[in-house]
Design a protein around this ligand. Structure first.
Ligand SMILES: [Zn+2]
Length: 304
């Protein structure tokens, strides 16, 4: 009964709202676009490009598991209000169809990783073996391309602020380019015999390719079943054969699987590595630049 009554009221209200907005458009500068990002890495990139005070929102927040995030009520509000949606693509966000269905007509949705044209590497094991691995952002050279794609999308969506986006992006791109060189030099201190990274999710393929590591995980993608007996047995066998200096756990998933492999093999455990999310306040991995530096510091400290 109540719902029906409010439904009848809506048509009377809409023209008034439209008139009010129309008048405001003449009196004030164009409103800033609402930029919605799928996870915290893209949120950071968007804030760097759009600058202080921009309306940047995130669906899977810091610390959340992005692959299998379940949209919460606030996400639907953000998606309905979005002018631009930035998501990674290559099936990182298994929930993307639901998010896209909620977007307003005319909103721009950008699969950032896919738009980079950066060469993909195949997932190496598990249910999704052979599909393009989505974790391209872990290579700072791919992150450069992410920022270029996002800058161009924002310029297209909001040409009035083009100069701001271009200037902010240029400054940040210089930092990302310097970061790659900095990490390469720092990680170069790790001896060849210790350059095997074993984690829960084998999400460091691009990172390993960028910095000269071998990489193994217990499972291939967080989108599949985690920690099955078969996965544990395979990696225990591998760890016994290869004898890595340490096993690493990641911030967005339980360390219990890595711990059980460590218990079984007597290998030390280190972590967390930040991959699918920035770190929470106080972790020292609260931005993409800090995330990369925190990971590199941990690897050098553990493996050198
Ligand atoms: Zn992942």
């Amino acid at each position: 009964m109540n719902q029906r009554r409010s439904a009848r009221l809506i048509p009377a209200i809409v023209p008034i709202v439209a008139l009010t907005l129309g008048a405001a458009a003449f009196a004030q500068p164009a409103p800033q676009p609402t930029i919605v990002t799928s996870f915290s890495i893209l949120e950071d990139f968007a804030r760097q490009i759009a600058g202080e005070g921009a309306d940047v929102r995130v669906l899977a927040p810091v610390g959340a598991e992005v692959h299998e995030w379940e949209l919460v009520p606030q996400n639907f509000i953000d998606l309905e209000e979005a002018d631009v949606l930035f998501y990674n693509g290559y099936d990182l966000e298994t929930w993307l169809p639901q998010a896209e269905a909620t977007l307003a007509e005319g909103a721009l949705a950008v699969a950032v990783a896919e738009e980079t044209g950066y060469e993909t590497l195949p997932i190496t094991l598990g249910e999704f073996e052979g599909a393009p691995d989505p974790h391209l952002w872990m290579d700072p050279r791919a992150a450069v391309r992410y920022v270029e794609v996002m800058r161009d999308a924002l310029v297209a969506a909001d040409p009035e602020s083009a100069a701001t986006y271009e200037a902010n992006a240029a400054a940040y791109l210089a930092e990302l380019e310097a970061l790659y060189e900095e990490l390469r030099e720092q990680l170069g201190a790790i001896p060849a015999a210790n350059r095997l990274l074993v984690t829960s999710e084998a999400a460091l393929l691009y990172y390993a390719a960028a910095f000269g590591f071998e990489h193994e995980g217990i499972w291939g993608s967080n989108a599949e079943t985690e920690g099955t007996p078969e996965q544990i047995i395979r990696v225990v066998t591998l760890v016994r054969e290869r004898e890595p200096a340490a096993l690493f756990w990641e911030s967005t998933i339980s360390d219990r699987y890595v711990q059980s492999v460590a218990d079984e093999t007597g290998t030390p455990v280190a972590g967390p590595l930040y991959v699918d999310s920035l770190g929470e306040a106080g972790t020292g991995a609260e931005s993409y630049l800090e995330l990369q530096r925190a990971n590199a510091a941990l690897l050098v400290e553990t493996l050198r």
